[in-house]
Design a protein around this ligand. Sequence first.
Ligand SMILES: CC(C)(COP(=O)(O)OP(=O)(O)OC[C@H]1O[C@@H](n2cnc3c(N)ncnc32)[C@H](O)[C@@H]1OP(=O)(O)O)[C@@H](O)C(=O)NCCC(=O)NCCS
Length: 142
Amino acid sequence: MRAQMVIREAPDHFDKRDGPDCLLAIQDAAIVGAIVYDLCDDDGFGHVHSLGVALDRRRIGIGIDLKQQVLDNCTAAGATAVWSEVDRNNVKMQGLNEKLGISYTPNPLDGKFFYYTARLVATLEEDEEGLAWTVDNPQGDI
Ligand SMILES: CC(C)(COP(=O)(O)OP(=O)(O)OC[C@H]1O[C@@H](n2cnc3c(N)ncnc32)[C@H](O)[C@@H]1OP(=O)(O)O)[C@@H](O)C(=O)NCCC(=O)NCCS
Protein backbone atom coordinates (compact mmCIF):
# COMPACT_ATOMS: atom_id res chain seq x y z
CA MET A 1 0.00 0.00 0.00
CA ARG A 2 2.77 2.40 1.00
CA ALA A 3 4.75 1.54 -2.13
CA GLN A 4 1.69 2.17 -4.30
CA MET A 5 1.32 5.62 -2.70
CA VAL A 6 4.96 6.46 -3.40
CA ILE A 7 4.52 5.41 -7.03
CA ARG A 8 1.25 7.35 -7.45
CA GLU A 9 2.75 10.52 -6.00
CA ALA A 10 6.06 10.24 -7.84
CA PRO A 11 5.10 12.11 -11.01
CA ASP A 12 4.02 15.11 -8.91
CA HIS A 13 7.37 15.20 -7.12
CA PHE A 14 9.10 14.78 -10.46
CA ASP A 15 7.55 17.96 -11.86
CA LYS A 16 8.37 20.21 -8.94
CA ARG A 17 11.39 22.37 -9.74
CA ASP A 18 12.25 23.14 -6.11
CA GLY A 19 11.11 19.90 -4.51
CA PRO A 20 12.91 16.59 -4.12
CA ASP A 21 14.25 14.61 -7.06
CA CYS A 22 12.57 11.40 -8.16
CA LEU A 23 13.70 8.36 -10.13
CA LEU A 24 11.15 6.02 -11.64
CA ALA A 25 11.55 2.38 -12.64
CA ILE A 26 9.46 1.64 -15.73
CA GLN A 27 8.63 -1.78 -17.15
CA ASP A 28 6.14 -2.47 -19.97
CA ALA A 29 5.20 1.25 -20.02
CA ALA A 30 4.14 1.13 -16.34
CA ILE A 31 5.78 2.74 -13.32
CA VAL A 32 6.85 -0.17 -11.12
CA GLY A 33 9.15 1.61 -8.69
CA ALA A 34 10.00 5.08 -7.44
CA ILE A 35 12.51 6.70 -5.15
CA VAL A 36 12.16 10.28 -3.88
CA TYR A 37 15.30 11.98 -2.61
CA ASP A 38 17.32 15.16 -2.10
CA LEU A 39 20.68 15.24 -3.90
CA CYS A 40 22.86 17.23 -1.52
CA ASP A 41 22.12 19.84 1.14
CA ASP A 42 24.44 22.63 2.33
CA ASP A 43 26.08 20.23 4.82
CA GLY A 44 26.89 17.70 2.09
CA PHE A 45 24.08 15.25 2.92
CA GLY A 46 21.79 13.54 0.46
CA HIS A 47 18.47 12.21 1.84
CA VAL A 48 16.17 9.41 0.69
CA HIS A 49 12.56 10.29 1.58
CA SER A 50 10.86 7.17 0.30
CA LEU A 51 11.29 4.13 -1.93
CA GLY A 52 8.56 1.86 -3.22
CA VAL A 53 8.29 -1.06 -5.63
CA ALA A 54 5.03 -2.48 -6.98
CA LEU A 55 3.91 -5.62 -5.15
CA ASP A 56 4.12 -7.86 -8.21
CA ARG A 57 7.64 -6.67 -9.14
CA ARG A 58 9.33 -7.08 -5.80
CA ARG A 59 12.45 -9.07 -5.00
CA ILE A 60 13.93 -8.83 -8.50
CA GLY A 61 16.39 -6.04 -7.75
CA ILE A 62 14.39 -2.93 -8.67
CA GLY A 63 14.58 -1.37 -5.19
CA ILE A 64 18.32 -1.89 -4.80
CA ASP A 65 18.97 -0.56 -8.32
CA LEU A 66 17.00 2.63 -7.56
CA LYS A 67 18.84 3.20 -4.28
CA GLN A 68 22.23 2.51 -5.87
CA GLN A 69 21.45 5.04 -8.59
CA VAL A 70 20.59 7.64 -5.93
CA LEU A 71 23.91 6.97 -4.15
CA ASP A 72 25.68 7.47 -7.48
CA ASN A 73 23.76 10.70 -8.21
CA CYS A 74 24.44 12.10 -4.74
CA THR A 75 28.13 11.24 -5.04
CA ALA A 76 28.30 13.01 -8.39
CA ALA A 77 26.60 16.06 -6.80
CA GLY A 78 29.32 16.24 -4.11
CA ALA A 79 27.50 14.64 -1.17
CA THR A 80 29.63 12.98 1.49
CA ALA A 81 26.78 10.87 2.91
CA VAL A 82 23.18 9.87 2.20
CA TRP A 83 20.78 9.26 5.07
CA SER A 84 17.31 7.80 5.45
CA GLU A 85 14.99 6.86 8.28
CA VAL A 86 13.58 3.33 8.38
CA ASP A 87 10.88 1.92 10.67
CA ARG A 88 12.53 -0.61 12.96
CA ASN A 89 9.91 -3.21 11.88
CA ASN A 90 10.64 -2.77 8.15
CA VAL A 91 12.89 -5.80 7.62
CA LYS A 92 12.66 -5.49 3.81
CA MET A 93 14.16 -2.00 3.70
CA GLN A 94 16.67 -2.88 6.40
CA GLY A 95 17.75 -5.92 4.34
CA LEU A 96 18.12 -3.76 1.23
CA ASN A 97 20.26 -1.18 3.05
CA GLU A 98 22.39 -3.86 4.65
CA LYS A 99 22.95 -5.56 1.29
CA LEU A 100 24.37 -2.22 0.09
CA GLY A 101 26.65 -2.20 3.16
CA ILE A 102 24.86 0.76 4.75
CA SER A 103 25.05 0.83 8.55
CA TYR A 104 22.45 2.17 11.00
CA THR A 105 22.09 3.81 14.37
CA PRO A 106 18.84 4.00 16.38
CA ASN A 107 17.11 7.38 16.25
CA PRO A 108 17.77 8.70 19.78
CA LEU A 109 14.60 10.83 19.67
CA ASP A 110 12.21 8.16 18.39
CA GLY A 111 12.74 4.48 19.19
CA LYS A 112 10.48 3.45 16.29
CA PHE A 113 13.10 4.36 13.69
CA PHE A 114 16.67 3.62 12.63
CA TYR A 115 18.89 6.08 10.81
CA TYR A 116 20.73 4.48 7.88
CA THR A 117 23.72 6.49 6.65
CA ALA A 118 25.64 5.60 3.51
CA ARG A 119 29.08 7.18 3.81
CA LEU A 120 30.53 8.37 0.53
CA VAL A 121 34.26 8.34 1.14
CA ALA A 122 36.38 11.29 0.07
CA THR A 123 39.89 10.55 -1.20
CA LEU A 124 42.76 12.86 -2.05
CA GLU A 125 43.91 12.43 -5.65
CA GLU A 126 46.40 14.24 -7.80
CA ASP A 127 45.85 15.32 -11.39
CA GLU A 128 47.41 17.99 -13.61
CA GLU A 129 45.79 20.67 -11.42
CA GLY A 130 47.42 19.26 -8.28
CA LEU A 131 45.88 17.50 -5.27
CA ALA A 132 42.09 17.54 -5.04
CA TRP A 133 39.42 15.75 -3.00
CA THR A 134 37.20 13.36 -4.91
CA VAL A 135 34.26 11.45 -3.47
CA ASP A 136 33.85 7.72 -3.96
CA ASN A 137 30.87 5.57 -3.10
CA PRO A 138 32.22 2.51 -1.28
CA GLN A 139 28.90 0.69 -1.80
CA GLY A 140 28.87 0.71 -5.56
CA ASP A 141 30.41 1.50 -8.88
CA ILE A 142 30.99 5.09 -9.88
C1 LIG B 1 11.55 -2.32 0.53
C2 LIG B 1 11.27 -2.45 -0.96
C3 LIG B 1 11.45 -1.09 -1.64
C4 LIG B 1 12.31 -3.44 -1.57
O1 LIG B 1 12.20 -3.40 -2.98
P1 LIG B 1 12.56 -4.69 -3.87
O2 LIG B 1 12.69 -4.24 -5.28
O3 LIG B 1 11.62 -5.79 -3.60
O4 LIG B 1 14.00 -5.10 -3.29
P2 LIG B 1 15.18 -5.83 -4.06
O5 LIG B 1 14.63 -6.91 -4.96
O6 LIG B 1 16.06 -4.83 -4.70
O7 LIG B 1 15.93 -6.54 -2.86
C5 LIG B 1 17.24 -6.15 -2.43
C6 LIG B 1 17.51 -6.77 -1.07
O8 LIG B 1 16.62 -6.23 -0.08
C7 LIG B 1 16.32 -7.24 0.91
N1 LIG B 1 14.90 -7.58 0.84
C8 LIG B 1 13.98 -7.20 -0.09
N2 LIG B 1 12.78 -7.72 0.20
C9 LIG B 1 12.92 -8.44 1.34
C10 LIG B 1 12.03 -9.20 2.13
N3 LIG B 1 10.72 -9.36 1.79
N4 LIG B 1 12.52 -9.80 3.26
C11 LIG B 1 13.82 -9.67 3.60
N5 LIG B 1 14.72 -8.95 2.87
C12 LIG B 1 14.26 -8.34 1.76
C13 LIG B 1 17.16 -8.46 0.51
O9 LIG B 1 18.43 -8.34 1.13
C14 LIG B 1 17.27 -8.26 -0.99
O10 LIG B 1 18.36 -8.96 -1.56
P3 LIG B 1 18.14 -10.51 -2.04
O11 LIG B 1 16.89 -10.56 -2.85
O12 LIG B 1 19.38 -10.84 -2.82
O13 LIG B 1 18.03 -11.32 -0.75
C15 LIG B 1 9.85 -3.03 -1.24
O14 LIG B 1 9.66 -4.18 -0.45
C16 LIG B 1 8.72 -2.04 -0.93
O15 LIG B 1 8.30 -1.28 -1.80
N6 LIG B 1 8.22 -2.05 0.33
C17 LIG B 1 7.10 -1.16 0.74
C18 LIG B 1 7.54 0.29 0.85
C19 LIG B 1 8.60 0.49 1.89
O16 LIG B 1 8.57 -0.06 2.97
N7 LIG B 1 9.61 1.32 1.52
C20 LIG B 1 10.73 1.63 2.39
C21 LIG B 1 10.47 2.78 3.29
S1 LIG B 1 10.04 4.27 2.44
